[in-house]
Design a protein around this ligand. Structure first.
Ligand SMILES: NC(=O)c1ccc[n+]([C@@H]2O[C@H](COP(=O)([O-])OP(=O)(O)OC[C@H]3O[C@@H](n4cnc5c(N)ncnc54)[C@H](OP(=O)(O)O)[C@@H]3O)[C@@H](O)[C@H]2O)c1
Length: 333
């Protein structure tokens, strides 16, 4: 399909800051796939907190690479053309992809994706469920399997995990993935989500607004081998008494204090650690998660859906920090 020179609807921002109010609904050129890339007609795009953190300038000077910038990277759709050297995908393939964070592009009718971070989407995985997966589910998977060391086939010893903000995009996948590895899961969330998080498999759930929840104490008295830390601003002094002798806090929002603390713990040879974490996009892990959803072993909770022209409302909802599961932008037929 020849798209060069044609326009598409897109949502972009032109500088740092301004939140949802700075998003502009515009006409933009349809991008052209280069070597090893696909052009995807988008059906759904999942939002993540990193999208608005980039807009706030928290990752400057690395991101974004330029202004105006079309944000968001978690997408699902249909391949409409392929760049040179692409043999494993063809037009008409339904796919899930994690776009490159430097160029973004998810809040638009069309986006270019690298084949290295794109997988085919079986019929059993809807576009909305597929677009919810890349950043949130890969973060949960890599943190639990690689950083915490849970064996997902259940062959390892039972580990005690604490998952904070288990009702969020990352946390709700983390609960389900941890249970696949037969970990014992203590979770925190707000009162309104306690029964949902139990249904997803958590063994015990703490309301984070109660004194017990704020203290992160396991009701059954367990000490945590790893904390999948999906929220922020919890001091080490709260974690430390709840950790097993080799317990680790896998920290998704490392800041100067947590990095300094990691360094001091290395110097003092303490076995309890804060482990800074950054998700890595790769097609093997994405295919693994797509397959788990297709097999019905992991489900996606969708908080809310918005059409592209209302993407600013989706953005504001994400910035508010109270989504249950994933916020998704969907595209008409
Ligand atoms: N380093 C990386 O590679 C990486 C990758 C992915 C995500 N992250 C980061 O990880 C964090 C979580 O991402 P996400 O997508 O899961 O966020 P999210 O979906 O926006 O999380 C929202 C949820 O967090 C809950 N929550 C807020 N404060 C809480 C607290 N103190 N205790 C328990 N629950 C609390 C909210 O519950 P209520 O509504 O009840 O308050 C809500 O359900 C973000 O900061 C994100 O940037 C980092």
């Amino acid at each position: 399909m020849q798209m060069a020179g044609k326009l598409m609807k897109a949502v972009q921002y032109s500088g740092y800051g301004g939140g949802a109010g700075a998003l502009q609904y515009v006409d933009a050129p349809i991008p052209t796939p280069k070597k090893g890339e696909l052009l995807i007609k988008l059906e759904a795009t999942g939002l993540n907190p990193v999208d608005w953190k980039i807009q706030k300038g928290q990752l400057r000077p690395l991101l974004p690479s330029k202004f105006p910038f079309i944000p968001a990277v978690d997408v699902a759709g249909e391949v409409v053309s392929v760049g040179p050297g692409v043999n494993d995908f063809t037009t008409g393939d339904k796919v899930v992809s994690m776009l490159g964070s430097r160029n973004g592009g998810g809040l638009a009718e069309y986006a270019v994706a690298s084949i290295k971070t794109t997988v085919k989407r079986p019929l059993g995985v809807s576009a909305e469920n597929g677009a919810s997966l890349p950043i949130a589910a890969l973060t949960a998977l890599q943190a639990i399997r690689d950083s915490a060391g849970v064996k997902l086939d259940g062959s390892g010893k039972e580990m005690n995990l604490l998952i904070t903000a288990a009702s969020g995009g990352v946390g709700h996948y983390a609960v389900q993935i941890a249970k696949l590895g037969r970990a014992h899961v203590t979770a925190t969330c707000g009162a309104r989500n306690v029964s949902l998080i139990k249904e997803l498999g958590a063994d015990e759930v703490l309301d984070y607004k109660t004194p017990e929840g704020a203290a992160l104490k396991s009701p059954s008295g367990r000490k945590y081998d790893a904390v999948i830390h999906c929220t922020s601003n919890i001091p080490w002094s709260i974690f430390q008494p709840n950790l097993s002798p080799n317990g680790k806090v896998i920290d998704f929002t490392p800041n100067f204090m947590s990095l300094a603390s990691t360094f001091v713990k290395k110097l003092t040879l303490s076995s309890q650690q804060i482990v800074p974490f950054i998700v890595s996009g790769n097609s093997n892990d994405l295919a693994f998660m797509v397959n788990l959803v297709n097999e019905g072993k992991v489900k996606t909770i969708i908080d809310s859906k918005y059409p592209l022209e209302k993407a600013a409302d989706a953005w504001a909802k994400s910035m508010d920090g109270h989504a249950t599961g994933k916020i998704v932008v969907t595209f008409g037929e």
